[in-house]
Write a protein that binds this ligand. Sequence first.
Ligand code: PDD
Length: 287
Amino acid sequence: MGRIAYVNGRFVPHGQAVVHIEDRGYQLGDGVYEVWALFGGRLGDAEGHFARLERSLSELRIDMPMSRRALTLVIREAVRRNRVQEGLVYLQVTRGVAPRDHGFPVPPAPPSLVITVSRVDRAAAEARAAKGVGVVTTPENRWGRCDIKTIGLLPNVLAKQKAREAGAMEAWFVDDLGFVTEGASSNAWIVDRDGRLRTRDTNANILRGVTRRTLLDVIGEEGLKVEERPFTADEAVAAKEAFITGAGSLVLPVIAVDGRPVGDGKVGPVAMRLRRLYIERAKATAI
Ligand code: PDD
């Protein structure tokens, strides 16, 4: 059975799933998205991702395409039709279809809604986590509202490509003061020399990662020390461990920054333990 996508009210074969050429997402990047990890066919960190979706939409004055309850049912049905247990749900809402004009359409167009489901090979993901990944740094060049999960991702695309070409998995944006903001599609963390966890505070211009938030709760319950405070690339290299978090990466150890080993250059115990604890938590609370 092939993949099925949801597009504006209909489930259609993935290969035939299309949106109009004047969709404002396509024309102007005028939309937002969310990504949920699926554990056993259920949505991980569901509440956090729905809350952020609603916030992203409201910041851009785009209506929710349907209630959260209805959206949950549609997502569930999309997952069921794709028969995916371990994977990702991608959901995108745009300001709809209207003749191209930068200002909002008058009268407003109904928002467009697209949902796709993809499979993740968790064994391969675990193997990758056990080996660790490299990151490269790149100057922060995004707009001032990175708290909104917009589909306008060109700086992230170019940063990720820079990482790929350097044989790394992720790129970390670095601000004018030399501090890491976040990854192209993840939040950035270190375990410093004193064993204290550190990640950038959300007053900075970063996405308020849902995985980051849940992991902070887990860290608190484990009684580990944590600070929401910026760090530089040099501090990451001098740290004991580093890792990234996100719906795609979950908790993924980082063993090199710009080719320089982090700590002893090996995957550390804290990141791996937090990965295990996060996955346990996400599985237990998935809906
Ligand atoms: N990315 N920062 C950025 C810029 C991101 O794009 C993401 C997520 C995160 C982590 O957020 P969360 O823990 O809520 O997934 C941080 C998704 C997975 C993506 O773009 O595919």
